[in-house]
Every structure is written in structure tokens, then in C-alpha cells.
Design a binder for this molecule. Structure first.
Ligand code: GP9
Ligand code: MN
Length: 641
């Protein structure tokens, strides 16, 4: 009773006055959380989200109010600065990856240096609002510290106040999380990288706390493959029986030259702008190749490295972060190992950047490459462009190295010049595109693809001149989609009469794949649905390799009729495509909340049609994670390389 007696309007006012630094900082931070939510297109956020964000901020900062006035004000400002930096980092990351930063991604912080030019481009003009309060508040708080008679109240009393704040905050957080669990079930708290239930209902700061907790729990869990091993073995047994073995061994004895093209998205292949072909060399090569027009990129946050990883291993990318960075210590039965087991003389990889980028220097030996040609070893930076060596010089140097290798060899080459933000010097811009037709970013993208294609053309000509084209399988594919342009750009370029929606934008995430055999053997367009995970088994069949000692999730595209491509990160886990349907899983992890589409008509389809595919997609990505988390391949493959 005596406590309530003391809470009079006057005493409350007094409390507000003596704690104005604490209240102002937290109010401003709540507004910043709302700013973040608005900036990433989630609106101002629900009432619950705002309350939960306020609760977590107050919880984290209320302890400061027990300190002497000067120290607490300073710490509160520091708290503001730290939270603002976190929000800015989340915002920039979101603009690039369409998701917020999770713990595994922090392992990749080193990559930021390499993409610093990209990061600069991610800033937008209103971002300064995240820090403007610090500039305004600093002089105000200095005045406050000077004026404040201290101590404002006894330490004991201040501790009671802190305890009261904590009780209120914990109560409000538990109400929000209980409501959320009641609405979404236990799904709400799993797969936070693709599942935005926590993000939308409790805000970005609570998201980080849950993510931290999940990470801690996972790293302390004793995961084992034991329980799932029989199911995986049985599944693989069946999976190996796939197809009538069309084209089996057609490429036996040939070299394999793989070109992974940076940001080569499907829609540029075969298209023109103002009467000029964007990729004339690719288009020409396509005519004498097996080409695939329904081949999806399946990358996660590991971008280029994920495309490499899937092609070489037929496992899925990690739910967040990059396998190349987080699992470079694992044992793999990668394509280079497999090909060398069957008589290849050597396997080489080329990339015109520093070897540390995406941890390639650690990962390539694990994948069985004998040598990595990079800017510190084997390649000369004689023509710098963007992040590293220009594609033209790169291919010139690759071509001259290839003639030195004992055959048959595997050469894996990764281009770089068409990397975001696609800036090329004037003399390398080969397309004539008048200003004002498209956004600058889109024009630059087309120019850089055109440039990369020219370099590819020169490479193919060199291979021909060296006699290698007649003795090799040449594969060209795109690593992933490009980013940074507007929806209007793409709508106009493709002549669509409607803006892209959630589903149609996923349909655009296809990349070209072409497989060129000597003499154009087997050439033609194949419409089967597939993705980068299918590359490995397709090569295994084409080169006539034994599948007995292999474990792979993909399918041999030359012997596949239905097609199946599962997605993650850019579409929630469980999303997949077949020739007939596309299932876009819901971000809350509930099957019934997702949507199925008929890929021929683009219309919504019955969810019954996709239930099995959804289960299969979830199972495959979960099993792939388990294999990677437990370094489990040696248990599934008795005789590794
Ligand atoms: C860097 C390059 C990066 O070496 O491969 O490409 P990204 O993953 O940013 O597309
Ligand atoms: Mn890339």
C-alpha cells in the first residue's frame, strides 16, 4: 500500500525527469526499429512487435540507471550507437541478401573487405537517420549531466525501479512470444534465416536474441547421423536407379572444362537490346550444345561459393552462411576426386581474385583440386577490373595454362568481371544503350554481361585454336541472378504487362546451362526442370563414372523427365519446382500457408499437388544440413576418394 501511495503523478513526473536520458534513448531506439521495419518493406510493424522491441531495449539498458549519472548517460549513448550500428548492418545486409544477419554470417565478416565497393552502393539517403539522434542528443545530454543534481535517488531505490522495469518487460515479452507460439506453433522459432515469424512479430532485436540462442543450442547439441543413416542409404539406393542411362559415357576420355559465369541470369541469354545481342557468343555456342532453359540457381547466402559447392558436390547450401566458410574442414566426395578416381590426370581451378575470398584456399584442397590459380599464385593482375582480374585477361591466362596439362583434365574456371555493381570503363562497354531507357544499374548489368560474353567468346576461340574444344566437354552456366535494378527495368525489358509478383520473380531465378560436346554431339534444348545440384550426377553419367561410391541429392538431367529443384534462403525451406508446379513455402513454416502455382498457366494450383514435393524438399535440405553439420559423408560413403 505504501508503495502505491508513493506513486503520485508528481513522483512519476519526477521519475521521468530524472530518467529522461534513459527514456529518450529507448524511445529513439524503438523508432529506429520501426524505421528498419519500414525500410525492409515490413511496414511500421504490429503493436506486439513495437512492444516486444521496447521491452528488450528496456531490459538491456535499465541496469545503466543504477550507475552515477555521468557514467549512465555515457553508457546509454554508447548503447544507442551500438544498436544503431547493428540496425544499419542489418539494413545493408537485407538490401543485398533479402534477409537479416544471422550468427553464421558473422563468420563471413572477412568477405566485406572484398565486396566493399558493393557495400558502398547499398547505402540509401535516409540511412543517416539512424545516427542523427546521436548528433542532436550529445550536447543535450552534456547539459543534462551538468545540471543534474546527483545522486537523483538512493541506489537501493534505483534497484527497486530496475526490478520493476524488468518484471514488466519480461511479462510483455512472454505475452508476445506465447501469442506467437499459439498462432504459429513451434515452427515460429526454427529456421530463423528463412522464417520471419520472430522478425515480424517481435522485431529485429528479438530476432537476434533468438538467433543467438538457437546458435548456442545447436553448437552444444550432440548431433549424429546414426539415426538417419539407414533412411539416407535406402534413399540413395533408390536414387541411383534413376533413368534409362541415355548418353551414358558419351564424354568418356574427354577433358572437362567448366565455366561458371558471374551473375549470368537466364533472361539475358538469347535476348537483345536495341537490336544488339547481349550474349552473342553464348548464343552461338548454345546452338551446338545441350542446353537447359529450366535450370534454377539454388544458392543461399554463400552466393558464388554456393553455386560452386552445389555443382561440385550435389549437396545443398547451408541454411545461412556459406558452406565454403563454415564447413571447409569436412571430407567431400567432390567431382574432382571422383574424376581423378576414374583416370583424370589432374583437376585445376582458376579465379581472378585473392585466394582467401569465400575461403577458397581452404576449400579447394578438400574438394580435390590439385592447384588453385589465383591472384597470389599463377595469375597475373595485368588488367584490373572491378574486384580483380578482367575476364578477358583471365581467360587468356587460363587458355595458355590448359595447354600445359596432361589430359584428360578437369578445369574449373570462375569469372568475375560481371560482379555487382557492374561498373565497366567506357572502352569496355560494347552495347549502345541510350540514356533514360533503363536504370543505370540495369544498363551496367547488361554491359557487363556483354563484356563477359565477349571474353567467353575469345576463350572458346582459343580452345578451338589449341585443338582443345574437340577433345573436351565445355560447360558454361550462370552462378546466380543479378541484383540491384528495379522491377520496372525487368518488366520493360521482358515486355511483361504486369509487375513481377512473389511467384513470377522466382521463375526468373533461372540461369543458363550449356554442355558442349566435341562435334556438337547431343545438341538441343532440354526443358527439364533442374538446378545446380543436378550438375554433379549429370556429369557422372556423361563421363560414364560409377555411381556406387557416391552420395548426391541431384538428378541426372539427361535422364530425368519430371525434374525437381528445391530452394532455400531466397525462398523458404520446402519451396520447390517441378516441370508442372511451383510451391512457394510460407515464411511462417506452415505448409498450408504456402502457395502452389501451375507453371504452365501461372495460376494458383491445389496444394494437394505439392504436399509430397514439399515433404521431399524439406527432408532433402534437412538431411543435407545434417550431413554437413556432422561431417557425415564418410559414414555414407564407405570408400571415399
Ligand atoms: C569473389 C566472387 C564473389 O571472388 O566470386 O562473388 P559473389 O559471391 O559476391 O557473387
Ligand atoms: Mn557470384
Amino acid at each position: 500500500m505504501s508503495l502505491f501511495k508513493k506513486i503520485s503523478p508528481r513522483s512519476l513526473l519526477q521519475w521521468v525527469r530524472t530518467n529522461q536520458d534513459f527514456l529518450i534513448i529507448n524511445l529513439v531506439l524503438v523508432l529506429k526499429v520501426v524505421f528498419f521495419s519500414l525500410s525492409v518493406g515490413m511496414g511500421v510493424g504490429t503493436f506486439g512487435m513495437v512492444m516486444a522491441s521496447a521491452a528488450v531495449l528496456l531490459t538491456l539498458s535499465c541496469g545503466f540507471t543504477c550507475l552515477p549519472f555521468r557514467a549512465r548517460t555515457l553508457l546509454l549513448l554508447l548503447f544507442d550507437a551500438v544498436v544503431s550500428v547493428v540496425l544499419l548492418a542489418d539494413l545493408l545486409f537485407f538490401r543485398f541478401f533479402h534477409s537479416v544477419i544471422s550468427i553464421p554470417v558473422l563468420f563471413e565478416a572477412g568477405q566485406v573487405e572484398g565486396v566493399s565497393s558493393s557495400v558502398v552502393n547499398l547505402f540509401q539517403k535516409w540511412d543517416f537517420l539512424l545516427f542523427i539522434d546521436l548528433v542532436i542528443l550529445l550536447p543535450y545530454f552534456i547539459r543534462l549531466v551538468r545540471l543534474q543534481p546527483q545522486p537523483a535517488s538512493r541506489v537501493g531505490k534505483r534497484l527497486v525501479q530496475v526490478a520493476a522495469i524488468l518484471v514488466i518487460c519480461v511479462l510483455s515479452l512472454s505475452v508476445t512470444s506465447r501469442t506467437m507460439a499459439a498462432n504459429f506453433g513451434k515452427n515460429a522459432y526454427i529456421g530463423l534465416n528463412w522464417n520471419n515469424t520472430v522478425l515480424e512479430n517481435m522485431g529485429i532485436l528479438n530476432f537476434h536474441l533468438f538467433d543467438l540462442y538457437n546458435y548456442w543450442k545447436e553448437s552444444h547439441a550432440n548431433q549424429s547421423l546414426e539415426k538417419d543413416k539407414p533412411a539416407l542409404e535406402e534413399w540413395m539406393q533408390k536414387h541411383r536407379q534413376q533413368g534409362p542411362n541415355r548418353f551414358y559415357g558419351l564424354a568418356k576420355g574427354k577433358n572437362l572444362i567448366i565455366v561458371q559465369m558471374e551473375a549470368l541470369q537466364g533472361f539475358v541469354a538469347g535476348s537483345s537490346i536495341n537490336g544488339q545481342e547481349i550474349t552473342p557468343n553464348l548464343n552461338k555456342l548454345m546452338k551446338s550444345s545441350m542446353s537447359f532453359d529450366n535450370y534454377f540457381t539454388q544458392i543461399g547466402e554463400g552466393n558464388t561459393s554456393d553455386a560452386e559447392f552445389m555443382g561440385l558436390n550435389s549437396l545443398y547450401p547451408a541454411p545461412n552462411g556459406s558452406v565454403y566458410i563454415m564447413r571447409s574442414g569436412n571430407a567431400y566426395q567432390s567431382l574432382p576426386w571422383v574424376m581423378k578416381n576414374y583416370g583424370f590426370a589432374g583437376a585445376y581451378v582458376f579465379h581472378g581474385n585473392t585466394p582467401q575470398f569465400w575461403n577458397r584456399d581452404k576449400m579447394y584442397p578438400q574438394e580435390g583440386f590439385d592447384k588453385f590459380y589465383n591472384l597470389q599464385d599463377g595469375l597475373k593482375l595485368d588488367d584490373k577490373l572491378g574486384m580483380g582480374l578482367s575476364d578477358e585477361s583471365f581467360f587468356r591466362q587460363v587458355a595458355s595454362n590448359l595447354t600445359q596439362f596432361k589430359q584428360p583434365f578437369l578445369a574449373f574456371t570462375i569469372t568475375l568481371s560481371a560482379h555487382y555493381p557492374y561498373v565497366l570503363p567506357q572502352d569496355k562497354q560494347g552495347l549502345n544503350i541510350p540514356k533514360g531507357q533503363y536504370s543505370e544499374m540495369f544498363v551496367n548489368y547488361l554491359q557487363s554481361q556483354h563484356y563477359a560474353d565477349q571474353a567467353l567468346g575469345e576463350f572458346v576461340a582459343a580452345l578451338k585454336a589449341q585443338g582443345l574444344l574437340d577433345n573436351s566437354v565445355l560447360v558454361v552456366y550462370g552462378d546466380h541472378f543479378g541484383t540491384g535494378w528495379t522491377n520496372q527495368d525487368i518488366q520493360k525489358f521482358l515486355g511483361l504487362n504486369q509487375p513481377l509478383n512473389d511467384y513470377t520473380s522466382h521463375e526468373l531465378n533461372k540461369v543458363p546451362l550449356l554442355i558442349h560436346l566435341p562435334g556438337g554431339k547431343g545438341a538441343g534444348v532440354n526443358h527439364v526442370t533442374g538446378g545446380q545440384i543436378d550438375f554433379y550426377p549429370t556429369m557422372v553419367n556423361l563421363f560414364g563414372l560409377d555411381k556406387k561410391n557416391l552420395f548426391y541429392f541431384g538428378r541426372d538431367l539427361l535422364n530425368e523427365s519430371d525434374g525437381f529443384a528445391a530452394f532455400r534462403v531466397y525462398a523458404p525451406d520446402g519451396s520447390f519446382a517441378t516441370n508442372g508446379v511451383f510451391y512457394l513455402a510460407s515464411k511462417d513454416g506452415i505448409f498450408g500457408h504456402g502457395a502452389a502455382y501451375d507453371r504452365k498457366t501461372g495460376q494458383k494450383a491445389d496444394l494437394k499437388l505439392v504436399k509430397e514435393g514439399y515433404k521431399e524438399a524439406r527432408w532433402q535440405v534437412n538431411m543435407s544440413d545434417l550431413i554437413l553439420d556432422t561431417n557425415g559423408l564418410p559414414q555414407l560413403i564407405p570408400k571415399m576418394h
